[in-house]
Design a binder for this molecule. Structure first.
Ligand code: BES
Ligand code: MN
Ligand code: ZN
Length: 483
């Protein structure tokens, strides 16, 4: 994120813009020098997310930032308001605000939300532009009263770690496929893992063959780029449990022999590794955040390409857990690579597993671009995942793991086929994944709909969203043993 953060008592002399929170009812802060009626005459009534630049003769640009009804104030409202402030501040570099010093949200939560809102909205992907003018803000000073300062510092520091991780996930997903192959992803994971206190193991094609990982090897068959599986391990002293994260890392999904049309969806298939990016980004924060749970992360990385050596329709693969799969569509590749990852995860008998994947176009039909689908075999664990998403403002909705659809996966020649019928594609994909979980509490996050936004939207910046990173961090740093 690169934002310099500090906690101050009053407006710093070097500030370029000062964001003053204004609720939609009650008193207007004196520092604005305007009455509610005057603000209203300029079209500003304090609604959450509204901003108004208030002209001043000298000093930093004054920006009124709407926070809505005091009774409805929350971390999500503050995160959105902070993002709106960043956008209203334009190219100004040093921002200051008392948004974290509001009543109704505790200091730690408020500071975390405000730093996240500014930091996430400040992200730009400039990797391949000659004009590297990127994120406008470089410093954020939170104005906080003495009583709240220490807690605000804790929240701000936590947010800095989390925001940097989410922006890393975005950066990886925004990177074009030739600039981020499976091998490069593994190299990055090795480097980042070593720098953030993780044990990193990288598995190459030969090792994956040896391990019986027929799914990832099969999907990779058409590619000149070899696959990589990365296992990242975080092991604190006396952990309160063990959670395994599995991420879909399809570096580029052409569909394989079941080639995708060259449409708007195909062009974003460089982002088909967003699940693996979220897992890697999450893992990188655990030591800094003093996570009490042991966490293992699997990145299942390969591209999905058509060629003379590619996987064929009618072929049968044998997955890590021994189950056989008849290929009916090579574009249903995500579940094949996750099958191996989930099998390995289950073998270690963890307390819980969660996988995250840009898995089905069908989840877009069901839930659109703002809500991810969650399915699982254990309601308590699904509830924990959903609650983490709510706290992170990364929304989810549960779809049923409807066993009555399992027969849609029946095959004449193998244990199952890799696609179901024309309907309920997100559910049949999940029923497929469930075959590899060996009954361990498991939840699946289908983030195909939420992987990108087409324009800036509150704290989301155009392009990859980094979805799931903040949800997973919330989840594993608040893990509660499953009864
Ligand atoms: N990576 C795609 C899913 C996807 C679609 C992600 C749109 C992001 C946006 C996945 O591998 C895929 O191709 N799924 C197929 C499955 C089908 C062949 C059963 C799909 O959803 O069409
Ligand atoms: Mn596909
Ligand atoms: Zn895919």
């Amino acid at each position: 994120m690169g934002l310099v953060l500090d906690i101050v008592r009053s407006v710093p002399r070097t500030a370029d813009a000062n964001g003053v929170p204004v609720a939609s009812e009650g008193a207007v802060p004196r520092s604005l020098g305007m009455s509610r009626a005057a603000l209203a005459s300029h079209g500003f009534d304090g609604k959450a997310g509204q901003t108004l630049v208030v002209p001043v003769a000298s000093g930093p640009t004054l920006i009124a930032v709407g926070i809505g009804k005091p009774s409805e104030l929350s971390a999500a409202v503050l995160r959105n308001a902070a993002a709106a402030f960043l956008r209203a501040a334009g190219k100004r570099a040093h921002l200051t605000t008392s948004l974290a010093d509001v009543e109704g949200v505790d200091a730690r939560t408020a500071a975390q939300a405000v730093v996240e809102g500014v930091g996430l909205a400040n992200y730009r992907y400039v990797g391949l532009k000659n004009d590297k003018t990127g994120s406008p803000a470089s410093t954020l000073s939170l104005i906080v009263g003495q009583a709240r300062a220490a807690s605000a510092r804790v929240g701000a520091d936590r947010a800095a770690v989390i925001t940097e991780a989410a922006c890393l996930a975005r950066e990886l997903a925004n990177t074009p496929p030739a600039y981020l192959t499976a091998r490069m992803m593994a190299d990055k994971a090795a480097e980042l893992g070593a720098a953030t206190g993780l044990t990193v193991e990288v598995f190459n094609r030969d090792q994956l063959v040896e391990m019986g990982c027929g799914g990832i090897v099969g999907v990779n068959a058409g590619s000149v780029e070899p696959p990589r599986m990365v296992r990242l391990s975080y092991t604190p002293k006396n952990p309160n449990g063990h959670v395994v994260l599995v991420g879909k890392g399809v570096m580029y999904d052409s569909g394989g022999i079941s080639l995708k049309p060259s449409d708007a969806f195909h062009i974003v298939m460089k982002m088909d590794m967003s699940g693996a990016a979220a897992v890697l980004a999450t893992m990188s924060t655990l030591k800094a955040l003093k996570c009490k749970t042991a966490v293992t992360g699997y990145l299942m990385c390969t591209d999905n390409m058509p060629s003379g050596s590619a996987l064929k329709l009618g072929d049968v693969l044998t997955m890590r857990n021994g189950k056989t799969v008849e290929i009916h569509n090579t574009d249903a590749e995500g579940r094949l690579i996750l099958a191996d990852g989930l099998s390995l995860a289950a073998e270690s008998k963890p307390d819980a597993i969660v996988d995250i994947a840009t898995l089905t176009g069908a989840v877009l039909g069901a839930l659109g671009e703002k809500i991810a689908g969650v399915l699982g075999n254990n309601q308590g664990w699904v509830d924990q995942v959903r609650a983490a998403g709510t706290r992170a403002d990364e929304p989810t909705w549960q779809l049923p793991l409807a066993r009555e659809y399992r027969k849609l996966l029946d095959s004449n020649v193998a244990d199952m086929r890799n696609i179901g019928g024309p309907y309920a594609g997100t559910i049949t994909a999940s029923l497929f994944l469930d075959e590899f979980t060996a009954g361990v509490p498991w939840a699946h996050i289908d983030m195909a709909g939420t992987m990108k936004v087409d324009s800036d939207d509150a704290w989301l910046a155009k392009g990859a969203t980094g979805y799931g990173t903040r949800l997973l961090i919330e989840l594993v740093t608040n893990f509660a043993p499953i009864s």
